[in-house]
Write a protein that binds this ligand. Structure first.
Ligand code: IPE
Ligand code: IPE
Ligand code: MG
Length: 235
């Protein structure tokens, strides 16, 4: 079976999951953190080398203060509690987004766990935090413009490879699969450049309910998709 190299997931539906139970949205985010653990383990078991999880978008800063603070606290606790598990599963922790916008202590802890796990052999677990696809493209453009201004590269040299190398994801292959839970059929500013040829999977399941079985089923279905990349099969 074809195991995808890189799976990217928009973890959506925590708020609705909590609402259905008459609980606070933060309870939903807590439950969602359990799913992160489940999916990380399942990915390691299936031999998926790159797992990228959309945890907090740059637009999510506009949510009510209490929810944003709760999410930042949850991220902090998650890193503190799960660093052992990340080491056990053998994933290197990585982050993409405007990490400098996170609370200082959390950015520091993130840095620490990234450092601690940098030689892990099984793959890369990337959290998209304070991440926006358009912001990323703008940040890359600025970097490239600076290199041109300094005379390090010429305008003619700018190609897809150079552009990719200046994105936050320079050290990651493009995702093979993008999964979004909760029934929303949109990208919400996630990996706009990198998802050009990804296979999309949308499920109604809310993120806290997303099971290992459903995940494995998606990976199985992926194996049967015909990816043509603009070409012709069996010509
Ligand atoms: C996803 O769940 C988590 C984040 C965006 C941080 P939501 O909080 O968006 O849940 P819904 O979409 O309101 O149900
Ligand atoms: C996308 O979910 C961001 C994350 C899952 C982190 P949102 O819930 O923020 O997206 P919209 O608002 O429904 O587009
Ligand atoms: Mg949502």
């Amino acid at each position: 079976m074809t195991i995808p190299k890189h799976v990217a997931i928009i973890m959506d539906g925590n708020g609705r999951w909590a609402k259905q139970r008459g609980q606070t949205r933060l309870k939903g985010h807590n439950a969602g953190a359990e799913t992160v653990e489940r999916i990380m383990k399942a990915s390691a078991d299936m031999g998926i080398k790159y797992l990228t999880l959309y945890a907090f978008s740059i637009e999510n800063w506009n949510r009510p203060k209490l929810e944003v603070e709760g999410l930042m606290q949850l991220l902090h606790n998650f890193l503190k509690k799960k660093r052992k598990l990340i080491m056990k599963e053998g994933y290197r922790l990585n982050a993409i987004g405007r990490i400098d916008m996170l609370p200082e202590k959390t950015a520091k802890l993130l840095e620490e766990v990234m450092k601690e796990s940098e030689n892990n052999p099984n793959g890369t677990l990337t959290f998209a935090l304070s991440y926006g696809g358009r912001t990323e493209i703008i940040d890359a453009t600025k970097q490239i413009a600076e290199k041109v201004a300094k005379g390090e590269i010429s305008v003619d040299q700018i190609d897809e490879q150079i552009f990719s190398a200046n994105l936050y994801t320079s050290n990651l292959p493009d995702p093979d699969i993008m999964i979004r839970t909760s029934g929303e059929i949109r990208l919400s500013n996630f990996l706009l450049w990198q998802l050009s040829y990804a296979e999309f999977f949308f499920t109604e399941t809310l993120w806290p309910d997303f099971s290992r079985e459903e995940y494995e089923q998606i990976i199985n279905t992926f194996a049967n998709r015909d990816r043509r990349f603009g070409g012709v099969k069996n010509a």
